[in-house]
Design a protein around this ligand. Structure first.
Ligand code: NAP
Length: 466
């Protein structure tokens, strides 16, 4: 689609507005052969990127940030149209991506090494780019998760082939136009960056298997992540995958804060967030009060057209996703769950749903990726920890308590990549290490940490200094 500085326009795949299912554009569905060609061209440009000075990389990244800033409203609208994200949340996503490019610009100048003394010399370490990075991204943060791969890749002097999700590719196309214009302005060959649209099982799969690719940086589902571990061969991989993130509410918690934060964290982007609240585990003593406040807060949410500023909850990304979430609600009810609010679907919209369930309910087990909040009553902290750890996932967990000592002890016992105290698990800032354990992922993002993943350490040993 953008290969070696040339745009390819073909109407192979339709791109839909998930709110009304209108076609908003078309993208080429690249063949394996086209992907292979793009990767070969990218490989030939590795030295170009590696030889750019820190100041040049800094300048590219700052210019990208400025251009995103200039086009902020327009890019946010594209995200809302293409991914169905409520416009206020899309604006926040664009703002965050500006920050990510600026942060990466800083790290372009901060790729530091170490020194180790010897009897007769010194050892120096320096960070070098891995070479060619295949970036594969999901639909739910179609700009900021692209930024989290592309920005540190440029900062570290890597060439990039990018495959954005074909469910929401439009904003990645706009970002590519921005990158193209800045590379042109700086006389850098356009073969250092390629945008490869099409089907994930063709384009993504070829990126994963191709031996010329040195690293795959993937964000998406556990299912595809697992296939990448099998197919990538001898290359670096980082995987940012899904979760079912527990939120533990203890009897001494600020219930008002816990309820508001849970509702905000659960229904952000209609629950299509990897660190969305998966389930709440609330101590029996405060359960009634917590549930009452959660339902009251959920009732306040405005559901509908993502382009309307008041909208809090928009559609799910595809009819299949909405039907899947609807059938999970049904199954949750069949397994004894009690519907407290919501539960209905209209087209791609699933209305915010609150349910009380047992810990072995399907809704507590899988990644629902929709606006469904299952709440489980627990007897004590030990039970909450046991339920939290009894899962294949390990992305984020949340704890609400006023006792910081208790919170630290629980945090130590939770098998998760991140533990958030006095907020739902749905918290991320772009400079923190971010990622999961178990089947939620491998490696960390957050610009500084991606810089480490996207570089190799070269050791230089200087001997015989007298
Ligand atoms: P997905 O279906 O796994 O797709 C992710 C990307 O992989 C898309 O670009 C997709 O392309 C591509 N792909 C599909 N099949 C592939 C294959 N065989 N080989 C290589 N690439 C392939 O995920 P999604 O539905 O877009 O996103 C939702 C998932 O992402 C959830 O599980 C969520 O938890 C996870 N996620 C995790 C994080 C995190 O940081 N941990 C952040 C956001 C989302 P096409 O779409 O074009 O087919």
């Amino acid at each position: 689609m953008f290969i070696n500085g040339e745009w390819i326009f073909r109407n192979d795949l339709e791109v839909f507005n998930p709110y009304n299912l209108e076609v908003i554009g078309y993208i080429p569905s690249l063949s394996r052969k086209e992907v292979k060609e793009a990767i070969s061209i990218a490989q030939e440009h590795k030295d170009t990127m590696k030889e750019l000075s820190p100041s040049q990389r800094y300048s590219i990244l700052m210019n990208i940030a400025r251009e995103i800033q200039r086009r902020k409203e327009e890019l946010a609208k594209i995200i809302s149209l293409d991914a169905g994200k409520p416009i206020r949340q899309s604006i926040i996503e664009v703002d965050r991506s500006i920050g990510v490019f600026k942060l990466a610009a800083f790290y372009a100048k901060e790729m530091r090494g170490e020194t180790i003394p010897l009897e007769d010399g010194i050892i120096l370490t320096k960070r070098e780019p891995v070479g060619l990075i295949g970036a594969i991204t999901p639909f739910n943060f179609p700009l900021n998760l692209v930024a989290h791969k592309v920005a540190p890749a440029i900062a570290t002097g890597n060439v990039v082939v990018l495959h954005p999700s074909s469910k929401a590719p439009m904003v990645a196309i706009e970002l590519t136009k921005i990158i193209e214009s800045i590379l042109k302005r700086k006389n850098i060959p356009l073969g250092v960056f390629h945008l490869l649209t099409g089907r994930g099982d063709i384009v993504g799969d070829e990126i994963v298997r191709n031996e010329k690719v040195n690293m795959v940086s993937f964000t998406g589902s556990v299912e595809v992540g697992e296939s990448i571990t099998r197919n990538a061969g001898f290359k670096k991989i980082t995987l940012e995958l899904g979760g079912n993130n527990p939120t533990i509410v203890l009897r001494d918690a600020d219930i008002e804060m816990a309820a508001k934060s849970t509702v905000k964290g659960k229904f952000l982007n209609a629950g299509q967030v990897c660190i969305s609240v998966g389930k709440v585990l609330v101590e029996e003593e405060v359960a009634d009060r917590f549930i009452e406040r959660v339902v009251e807060e959920t009732k306040k949410l405005k559901v509908g057209n993502p382009l309307i500023r008041e909208t809090d909850v928009g559609p799910l990304i595809t009819p299949e996703s909405a039907e899947r979430v609807e059938s999970l609600i049904k199954q949750g009810l069949e397994e004894g769950g009690k519907l407290l609010y919501g539960g209905k679907r209209e087209g791609n919209i699933v209305y915010p749903t609150v349910m009380e369930v047992d810990a072995d309910n399907i809704l507590c087990e899988v990644e629902v990726f929709g606006p469904v909040l299952p709440i489980v009553r627990v007897e004590n902290i030990e039970e909450a920890i046991e339920i939290s750890n009894n899962t294949i996932y390990g992305l984020h967990a949340g704890i609400f308590t006023k006792d910081i000592n208790k919170a630290f002890k629980i945090a130590d016992k939770l098998e998760y990549g991140g533990v958030v105290i006095n907020n739902s698990p749905t918290f991320r800032v772009d400079n923190m290490p971010f990622g999961g354990i178990k089947k939620s992922g491998l490696g960390r993002e957050g610009v500084k940490y991606a810089v480490e993943e996207m570089t190799e350490i070269k050791t230089i040993i200087i001997k015989n200094i007298r």
